[in-house]
Design a protein around this ligand. Structure first.
Ligand code: SF4
Ligand code: SF4
Length: 339
């Protein structure tokens, strides 16, 4: 059903490129579905001369060299695996469902695929593993992974039902930014590539051309809201005809084909996300291009209202200048500013 939905959407919107991200829960619990969906859409896109690419965000337990070779032929560009740090901490926090230790299996799987695709290692950072992480980077270096992995540091979002360690150790704002900065530096000094994507933006929910689809075929705009049906825009089965671009949303004369009542509701909900208005403070804020007025999911978990703003300017202020310094020399920054 998802493949068909995309085929119809490609037919109507005529994009140059389609990019999928499989994420969870755990997307590799159903590898045959991933194989079927990617090979089917790849075939369709090849016929239509549309570029099809995808990446996978996984806990790493079901990865294999053989699958990666197959996915490479279908358009795989990268695999992101999440670890919570050193073996001991990771095993405490992310055991198998029956209680077994998962670190070794995941780490061996990473070693098995690291030469076959780009592997991004997401390290979830909090007050508990912050100090230990440089030692973990040394461990990765001992396995000669510094040229093969990209490190991506992540802070945990405030969850509806946080696990005990999330409640106790979560770091946010300036503290979170300082933690990421110092660990970015540790990784760079050890020769690792570090992801240039900053946690916090830009937001998929507010982007014009992105949707999330859950295993039951419900469509969402925000990753944090997936599974909360009250935030679903509609279902794949509801989708009959949608406007092609944001400026057309809600304008029936610009709708593509016939607008059914359920697809109209979809449009309205879609427009609420991508058309969120920035207030005066945000309009005058230098961080607006990456922050876009804050994360509605954080607003929802904090205030129960996705429209009530949570401003994290101190996070961006702390990160922005120093991350630029880590990425570019002072001469390069001056050169860019002159242009
Ligand atoms: S609203 Fe927040 S959680 Fe949702 S996609 Fe945007 S940044 Fe992510
Ligand atoms: S940092 Fe605060 S003021 Fe700036 S765009 Fe984001 S929410 Fe608005």
């Amino acid at each position: 059903m998802t493949v068909k939905w995309f085929e119809e959407k490609i037919e109507k919107d005529r994009p140059k490129q389609v990019f999928w991200v499989f994420f969870g829960g755990e997307p590799l619990l159903d590898i045959p579905a991933v194989d079927f969906m990617t090979s089917s859409l790849k075939k369709y896109c090849d016929e239509k001369r549309v570029i099809f690419q995808f990446s996978i965000i996984t806990n790493g337990t079901n990865l294999s060299e053989e699958r990666v070779k197959f996915w490479n032929e279908q358009g795989l560009v990268s695999i992101q695996v999440t670890l919570d740090g050193y073996e001991e901490i990771h095993n405490q926090r992310r055991p198998f469902i029956g209680g077994g230790k998962s670190f070794s299996k995941i780490f061996n799987n990473i070693l098995g695929i690291v030469d076959k695709t780009d592997v991004i290692l997401r390290l979830n950072i909090d007050a508990h593993n912050l100090k230990e992480t440089p030692k973990f980077l040394d461990f990765l270096k001992e396995h000669k992974l510094e040229d093969k992995l990209t490190i991506f540091y992540g802070l945990l979002l405030e969850a509806d039902k946080p696990l005990p360690h999330q409640k106790k150790y979560r770091i946010v704002g300036e503290e979170g930014a300082q933690g990421i900065l110092s660990l970015r530096q540790s990784a760079i000094e050890r020769g690792f590539k570090v992801s240039e994507i900053l946690e916090g933006g830009p937001c998929i929910a507010k982007s014009e051309c992105s949707v999330m689809i859950d295993p039951r075929g419900k469509i969402y705009k925000c990753t944090g809201h997936v599974g909360l049906e009250e935030f679903a825009l509609g279902g794949l089965g509801d989708w009959q005809s949608l406007s092609r671009c944001r400026t057309d949303l809600g304008e029936e004369e610009f709708a593509v084909g016939e607008v059914g009542s359920s697809s109209k509701e979809y449009e309205q909900k879609y427009a609420q996300y991508v058309g969120m208005q920035l207030d005066e403070e945000c309009l005058n804020c230098v961080f607006a291009p990456i922050c876009l007025g804050g994360c509605p999911y954080k607003s929802y978990t904090k205030f129960g209202d996705p429209k009530k703003k949570v401003c994290e300017k101190s996070y961006y202020q702390t990160l922005a200048k120093d991350v630029l310094k880590q990425m570019f020399t002072e001469e390069e920054i001056k050169e860019k500013m002159r242009k």
